[in-house]
Design a protein around this ligand. Structure first.
Ligand SMILES: [Zn+2]
Length: 218
């Protein structure tokens, strides 16, 4: 049996998001990054060989295997293994790194996204909010990908602390997908990003940022 590696790809990046040049870490980072690039450049449902050679040297001989990789079902991880020496691992936090070529499998079918946002003094009074409605070709591949990568579908609910800010910041996302609908309300997104370590606020924040770019306004 080979080793099993569990790797967080962000540990192989420097402060600017570039591959680290730290000795001893750089090579393994680039190796894992190549696995991510190979799979996301040409995504497939099933594990398949990607153009990356095994890096192991059992008995001082280079393993002749080629790495096989796949997206782990039900998670955002990438699984990989060498069919010759059984070296294997799992890569997390690879999305949007320099190695991510953007390809995915199992992207949701998004029919419509309604995003309402703004600040209010009174939680019952939302007439001053802005609304962005996206459907048809306005739903870009990037938007579908950010919704998928941040696992907001199925995370319906009300999040955040409505008493934390004055005025209150409100973000409401309604995502219609394949006959179903996910509604997410977040109070005081900016403050919550600061005061909690909850990844969910960051995930919603990333989706809101993609929707709220000037180019996606209709
Ligand atoms: Zn091998």
């Amino acid at each position: 049996m080979g080793d099993t590696w569990i790797s967080d790809l962000t540990h192989f990046l420097d402060d600017r998001g570039q591959p680290t040049t730290r000795p001893g870490v750089r090579r393994i980072g680039n190796h894992l990054g190549s696995i991510v690039s190979g799979l996301t450049a040409n995504p497939s449902e099933k594990a398949r060989e990607i153009p990356v050679s095994c890096r192991r040297r059992p008995k001082r001989q280079a393993c002749p295997g080629r790495i096989h990789a796949s997206f782990e079902p039900g998670t955002l991880n990438i699984l990989w293994f060498c069919p010759v020496c059984d070296d294997q691992g799992l890569i997390c936090n690879w999305h949007n790194t320099v190695w991510d070529k953007g390809g995915r499998v199992g992207l949701p079918r998004i029919d419509k996204v309604t995003y309402t946002y703004g600040f209010t003094e009174d939680i019952m009074e939302d007439s001053r909010f802005d609304t962005i409605v996206l459907n048809g070709s306005a739903i870009t591949h990037e938007l579908v990908r950010v919704i998928h990568d941040n696992q907001v579908i199925g995370a319906a609910g009300v999040y955040g602390d409505p008493t934390a800010g004055d005025p209150l910041q409100v973000d409401r996302l309604i995502i219609e997908h394949g006959g179903e609908s996910t509604s997410i309300v977040v109070y005081n997104r900016a403050i919550m990003l600061f005061v909690t370590n909850e990844e969910f606020f960051r995930q919603v924040h990333r989706v809101c940022c993609v929707i709220n770019r000037p180019a996606s306004r209709v």
